[in-house]
Design a protein around this ligand. Structure first.
Ligand SMILES: [Zn+2]
Length: 697
């Protein structure tokens, strides 16, 4: 072991892992500072951001355990850069798992975090309640039948044959042979085998991921401090860690964090300074949120986001004009889905400014609808915290819509309806029902702003390809990474069903539906449209099947859900599923229902036939800096001689291109590292040099 202080960085998320696909999708990085204090090695461990909640992948707590941090008291501090789900998402799970330390964030983040957490809880509760309400009847019956069979067999053979808990616990009365045979038949009919995972999974109702008390507990563990204030985070056996926030310009409250490690960084200067950028906003185009700050202290190491490391955004001015023009020409609906935080309020401000200077003219009684309960709650908190900046939210043209019931006001408005709706990528939120209603309307205009993840409807609209993929295309797509974070129940409408029906009739094209298996099972409603013949099956590539099994028991959840919900359908699908390996040739005469990439194909199908509305995308409204802006920010920061930039939070092409451009640029040091998920990078604090790059097996 070296006696020189080191700092190690390990990313648990924010980097796609093509091979394993088991990563949490959001950013989460573990920092470990090691140094000798009083001749004994001590360490400070900090977690930077928390990854996404609700994506069915491995939970952050499990992930920490895999990486050797099972004991959460090893963590000395948690820092949240901003309150987007992909940075904040798993925080409650961490608290629930026993993290009792402090969680640091900016004052603004603290001011708006509560409604975001309650929104996450509400989303989780919907699915939970559905399972409870649907499973009871069948579950009780199946349970009873199992007990009968088990207790009969136990009496008969004189030993305990299974692990079924009810048979063990309850003293049963004598089971007759007739009862036994009837129960056996029932179990056979529904394919219930007490040794299988399936039956074990239908009994318990899954726990809610967290409850209100957990939120309250978490709120008490938050500490917030001002930007550009040097704040002491951890003091431990002579080792110290201080932090300072800088504006990140991404959404309200988003900060970049400087971490200063050393024996006494306050008095004698930090021994090692690391900058974690979190997500960075645009330079020169600030609307509400200021532009990101240049960091004035000399840093050794930068951990930088790279979402748009391979893109150059439009100038704001032309986008702004096009936006107003699109609204002006819309005869029926103009809808722009935007995140409750950041893009939503920003676009609203643009429209209010346009009204004030007369470039946007509203008719008598015409409103700008801002749809989304969370959007409204966040807006009110921002207004309270900073009345000057958010004064536009009180403009009389704005009408907040915060329930399905009140949404009627949009539909009932005569003539043009201008709507800024929640669900920025249209994978959920109020933009989905509104889009469903208007998607085949020639007089409707849809717009997207900001990053649209692959597989979301927003991504489809943005690209507007209108293609139907063939089996070959599907094969090509298999190796990519897919996002599927939406609720299919909410998205599929009558038109979509028709699209499936049409594509399936007498064609050799794919029938394509859905993202992951859980959603595949819930497609039972549309089975009459799919009408698989006896020799037709649903083919699922081996890798997706295994991924789902490895994930947080998604398949079991789906099986349990469907079993209770509709056993007939469950068997229909279960009999029809065939797992095929990667190299199997697809037979053109068969119908396929791919999962994973299926969702994107699905939108293409619908889009080809039904999407008549006009679509537009405004890249300048992005909440993320583009390639040149990221480089300008990096260049503007003060850096030590052996400075290194680690590129995280971006797809590989974005990170690669950004890295190449950083290397080409002579004004900044040219060392960049593109780690893979779970790699551990260790730096010597005195020289700033990388001393070890450990790869995960
Ligand atoms: Zn973000």
């Amino acid at each position: 072991m070296t006696h020189r202080p080191t700092v190690s960085i390990q990313s648990l998320g924010g980097i796609p892992n093509f091979e394993k696909q088991t990563s949490i999708t959001g950013s989460a990085h573990v920092l470990t500072y090691k140094a000798l204090a009083k001749k004994v090695e001590q360490e400070i461990k900090v977690l930077l951001d928390m990854g996404s909640f609700g994506d069915n992948k491995i939970n952050i707590v499990d992930q920490l355990q895999i990486e050797g941090i099972g004991d959460l008291s090893q963590l000395d501090a948690v820092i949240i850069s901003h309150v987007h789900n992909d940075h904040l998402g798993n925080i409650i799970q961490l608290i629930k798992a026993g993290y009792t330390g402090l969680v640091y964030m900016s004052h603004t983040s603290k001011a708006i975090i509560q409604p975001i957490l309650y929104d996450m809880l509400a989303l989780a509760s919907v699915e939970h309640d559905l399972i409870i309400s649907k499973n009871t009847k069948f579950g009780i019956k199946a349970d009873k039948m199992l007990s009968l069979v088990e207790s009969y067999e136990k009496d008969k053979h004189g030993y305990e044959k299974s692990h079924h808990k009810h048979a063990k616990q309850k003293k049963q009365k004598e089971v007759t042979e007739e009862e036994y045979l009837r129960a056996k038949e029932f179990l056979k009919k529904y394919n219930i085998n007490y040794n299988s995972d399936i039956v074990k999974s239908y009994l318990p109702v899954p726990d809610l991921p967290f409850e209100e008390e957990d939120i309250i507990q978490f709120l008490s563990q938050i500490r917030s401090f001002d930007k550009e204030e040097d704040y002491p985070l951890v003091t431990k056996e002579g080792l110290k860690l201080r932090a300072k926030f800088y504006e990140a310009g991404h959404i309200p409250g988003a900060v970049q964090t400087i971490l200063k490690f050393g024996y006494d960084p306050y008095n004698s200067g930090a021994q090692h300074q690391l900058l974690y950028t979190g997500d960075l906003g645009r330079l020169k185009e600030p609307e509400i949120v200021p532009e990101p700050s240049l960091v004035k202290e000399k840093v050794d190491l930068t951990l930088m986001e790279s979402t748009y490391g391979n893109r150059i955004h439009q100038e704001r001015g032309t986008d702004q004009e096009r936006l107003i023009e699109n609204i002006t020409t819309a005869q029926d609906l103009f809808m722009l889905p935007a995140f409750s935080l950041g893009r939503g309020p920003e676009v609203v401000k643009l429209l209010i400014d346009a009204i004030d200077i007369g470039t946007l003219v509203l008719g008598e009684g015409e409103k700008i609808f801002v749809d989304g309960k969370l959007t409204k709650e966040i807006a009110m908190r921002l207004l309270e915290r900073d009345p000057q900046t958010y004064k536009f939210l009180t403009h009389p043209a704005i009408k907040f819509i915060d329930s399905t019931h009140h949404r009627k006001q949009i539909y009932e408005q005569e003539g043009r309806k201008i709507v800024i709706a929640s669900g920025g990528m249209m994978q959920g939120g109020s933009s989905v029902p509104i889009a469903n209603k208007y998607m085949s309307d020639k007089n409707a205009v849809f717009s997207t702003v900001g990053y649209q993840a692959y597989g979301t409807w927003g991504n489809y609209l943005q690209n507007n390809k209108g293609l139907v993929y063939t089996a070959d295309r599907f094969k090509q797509m298999k190796n990519k990474i897919y996002h599927h974070e939406y609720t299919i129940e909410k998205i599929i409408n009558r038109e979509a069903q028709e699209a499936i029906l049409i594509s399936g009739q007498g064609t050799k094209e794919l029938i394509t539906i859905l993202g992951d298996l859980y959603k595949l099972f819930t497609t039972h409603k549309y089975r009459e449209h799919i009408q698989l013949q006896d020799d037709e099956y649903i083919y699922i590539p081996q890798r997706f099947w295994e991924d789902e099994r490895r994930g947080s028991s998604t398949i079991k959840k789906a099986e349990s859900f469907l079993k209770k919900y509709d056993t007939e359908v469950y068997h229909y699908f279960y009999d029809k599923i065939k797992i095929i390996d990667e190299d199997t040739d697809y037979d053109d005469d068969k119908k396929y229902i791919p999962t994973g990439p299926g969702i994107h194909i699905f939108w293409d199908l619908i889009g080809k036939k039904y999407m008549n509305s006009k679509m537009d995308h405004y890249s300048s409204f992005s909440g993320h800096a583009d390639r040149d802006e990221l480089i300008a920010l990096l260049e503007g920061n003060r850096q030590k001689k052996n400075h290194t930039t680690i590129l995280v939070h971006g797809e590989m092409p974005a990170r690669k291109e950004l890295s190449e451009h950083i290397q080409k640029n002579r004004l900044i040091p040219n060392k960049t590292i593109l780690p893979e998920l779970y790699d551990v990078l260790t730096f010597d604090c005195e020289t700033g040099k990388l001393i070890e790059h450990k790869k995960e097996e």
